[in-house]
Design a protein around this ligand. Structure first.
Ligand code: SF4
Length: 426
């Protein structure tokens, strides 16, 4: 399947979207640390939070026994919360001790939480102070991973947005740069680097970088290509630095990956024949790998709770490349601009629901009895107990799913819970 040219860069009619408000059932932005700490290899994420925050991180990421951890929690005790201790002094002391013990750290993120926000601890100012104190060896930045009215992928968005002011200014004379934005597994990043090199693009950079010292420059000659759909804040700050976003599908599945690459080629004026030559082998490989999985998944009905903000591109992939039937596409937020190409490819008439009223959604899900439900961890166990097969949406952020060679792995995330349930029934 290939992407019709007309669907590439422009917004088509947006399908109707219902907005829902009520109780939400999502993880907070601290969760992003679980994949971000693996990505920027000389960074450390210091959560300034409570024991609850520490427990969330440890249960989501596991305890690192053999390696030096690259994240930790500075726990706000009752004295800090009651305003009896100077939390800034404490923080300076903890950061000083950490950096002394860990000279490998080149970038330190102070990550805000609900408790640090409740006591109005200004981590932005603390980061500026600590940045001056530990320059030039260590860069200190801050962002919020607080759970108030957020969803877990917003942690990555806030982290990348915090990196943008630290990026050098690109000179006007610089060759136009392609900046791929969004944390990707290294193996996927390497595959995309090779594809862009084959297209003849010489100036390609990724955000976040693998090392703190490799922050790419940004400026009016930067074209931004999003690898993830949940990066609204990061795009906004990049655009304020003069960068331009390339509207595109997201690289999920064969069709999405080709659409993504073709959008870049259009933006850089690369001939269609060259794009076909570069993409056709990968696209065919992905389509072949999906064939068996399509047999398993075709006709299966899927209900998507709003969680990762990946729901819209996933629904496009599952419906068009695996013939699944989305019966409700929930998404915590819907950025119609970033997702315009995706929305245009969704099956007609499928309900799209932005926001969450979890009880009402649970009622609809139970009534629909879908074959598979995509949801957060908190909903998965109760639904499994009611006989519904589920898939944890957070796995989509831990697993390499982008690009041609990961298309079957992505489909496998959806076929495995069905196969397991079928085995249990035997
Ligand atoms: S930041 Fe807030 S929601 Fe997240 S673990 Fe800490 S207290 Fe809980």
């Amino acid at each position: 399947m290939s992407v019709p040219e007309t669907l590439l860069p422009t917004a088509c009619a947006t399908p109707p979207v219902r907005f829902e408000r009520g109780q939400r059932e999502v993880f907070c932005g601290l969760t992003g640390i679980v994949w971000l700490h693996r990505k920027i290899q000389d960074a450390f994420f210091l959560v300034v939070g409570s024991r609850t925050c520490a427990h969330l991180l440890q249960s989501a990421a596991g305890v690192m026994i053999f390696a030096e951890p690259r994240f930790g929690t500075a726990i706000l005790e009752e004295r800090d919360l009651a305003g009896l201790a100077d939390a800034n002094e404490e923080l300076d002391r903890i950061v000083g001790r950490l950096l002394e013990r860990r000279p490998d750290i080149r970038m330190l993120f102070l990550v805000g939480s609900c408790p640090s926000e409740v006591i109005k601890l200004d981590l932005g100012r603390a980061a500026q102070r600590l940045d001056r104190a530990h320059a030039p060896g260590v860069r200190v930045l801050s962002y919020s991973g607080s759970g108030i009215e957020t969803t877990f992928t917003e942690g990555e968005d806030a982290c990348l947005a915090a990196l943008v002011p630290a990026m050098p200014q690109a000179s006007a004379a610089q060759e136009t740069q392609l900046l791929v934005v969004g944390a990707l597994a290294e193996i996927v990043e390497d595959q995309f680097r090779r594809i862009f090199a084959e297209l003849g693009l010489r100036n390609v950079a990724f955000l976040p970088p693998r090392r703190a010292g490799e922050l790419p420059p940004v400026g009016p000659n930067t074209k931004v290509l999003l690898a993830q759909p949940f990066l609204s804040a990061t795009v906004a700050v990049l655009e304020r630095r003069g960068a331009h976003r390339i509207p595109a599908l997201f690289p999920l599945g064969a069709e999405g990956t080709t659409g993504w690459i073709r959008a870049v080629a259009n933006a850089f004026g690369i001939a269609a024949a060259r794009v076909t030559a570069v993409t056709e082998a990968g696209e065919r490989r992905a389509q072949r790998a999906l064939e068996g999985l399509r047999e398993e998944l075709a006709g299966k009905r899927i209900f998507m709770f709003p969680d990762s903000q990946l729901e819209v591109p996933l629904a496009r992939f599952l419906s068009r490349e695996l013939d699944m039937q989305p019966i409700e596409i929930g998404t915590p937020y819907l950025n119609r601009d970033l997702l315009s190409a995706e929305l245009a490819l969704l099956p007609a008439g499928v309900p799209i629901v932005e926001g969450q009223d979890v009880e009402a959604q649970l009622d609809r899900c139970r009534a629909a009895r879908p074959d598979l439900t995509l949801c957060g961890l908190g909903l998965a166990n109760p639904l499994e107990a009611e006989g519904l097969a589920t898939k944890w949406s957070i796995e989509l952020c831990f697993t390499p799913i982008h690009g041609y060679d990961q298309a079957a792995d992505l489909a496998g995330l959806f076929s495995r819970p069905l196969a397991r349930r079928a085995r249990l029934r035997v």
